[in-house]
Write a protein that binds this ligand. Structure first.
Ligand code: SF4
Length: 73
């Protein structure tokens, strides 16, 4: 089974908040105005349209989507 792990590269994020505009249920912001994905939102069974749009519209390409395969069990 494949899951998706979503994260924000803190070294790239410039805090435009475009991700938040597209997918407010996925992204949150720290005290310095940079995006992050809370732990309980970071592992997902699929990528919904809001999240795809957020990834596509991040000007810094800071949103990282990695596929995580859970072998066995
Ligand atoms: S759109 Fe990209 S650069 Fe802007 S806050 Fe979101 S993750 Fe950071």
């Amino acid at each position: 089974m494949t899951m998706y792990h979503i994260s924000v590269d803190a070294g790239r994020c410039q805090g435009h908040a475009r991700c938040l505009a597209f997918a407010p249920d996925v992204f949150d912001f720290d005290d310095e105005g940079y995006a992050f994905v809370p732990d309980d939102k970071s592992d997902r069974a699929d990528l919904d349209e809001d999240l795809r749009l957020a990834v596509a519209n991040c000007p810094e390409r800071a949103i990282i989507v990695s596929e995580v395969s859970h072998a066995g069990s």
